[in-house]
Design a protein around this ligand. Sequence first.
Ligand code: IPD
Ligand code: CA
Length: 267
Amino acid sequence: MTAPAELLALAVETAREAGRLVRGRREAVTRMVVASTKSTPTDVVTDSDTAAEVLIRERLLGARPGDGMLGEEGGQVAGQSTVIWVVDPIDGTVNYLYGLPDYAVSIAAQVDGRTVAGVVHNPVSGETWTAMVGEGAWLLDRRIGVSGCAQLSQALVATGFGYDARRRARQAEVLRHVLPRVRDIRRAGSASLDLCALGTGRLDGYYERGLAAWDLAAGGLIAQEAGAVIAGLRGRPAGPELVVAAGPELFPALHDLLEPLGADRDD
Ligand code: IPD
Ligand code: CA
């Protein structure tokens, strides 16, 4: 068994190196030269996503050849050890494409399927969030914690939308009912940074349907270690169906708002 601290150190070093790479290439990326799209024409992948994932794979598996990796851009590598790295080379690709600063490199280490260490690094702001299971969450050298917000009407809540048009229409319908009940809504465009912002008290709540493992793994651990409750509806675990996240005082109210709205369904 490898100590989570060792895995985290490798993840942080790698995320920062990948961050330098994608930030350095940003000026060369224009909306006209997007390499290709993924699930739908709105779901883009740039050459930088691909190059960063290759670099991350080389660094992680170069240092630990027996490990496996699951990366957003198709970097699936089966390993022999109990460790699997879950990687989003750029979370917030649309922001990256448009020159907006909210994007991040996200790397989590899972041991026997459980996330034990995670890093989310924003190469523009230079902010690096880290967490190890049971050890708390950190923004650079500062320990972080969720806000104490207890009332929905006072809560700043973030969400995100999938790339599929039908799902988006449903998400807009849910949002129509959420918006009048909360302080305001944010849609920053990077799920991992949303989860880190929640853990830092910059948001009070977050929910989103359709997150993939690489969107959730590192940011989810960071939010959880900062004191957030992260789950689905009706006691289900957080996952692609729905992620609801908030401090313990706010979580029940956010859950009870989303549950009758069917926020975990597409129809
Ligand atoms: C997306 C971002 C966005 C969220 C989407 C994700 P990507 O990841 O995290 O905030 O709303 O669900 O797919 O495509 O930029 O890596
Ligand atoms: Ca991505």
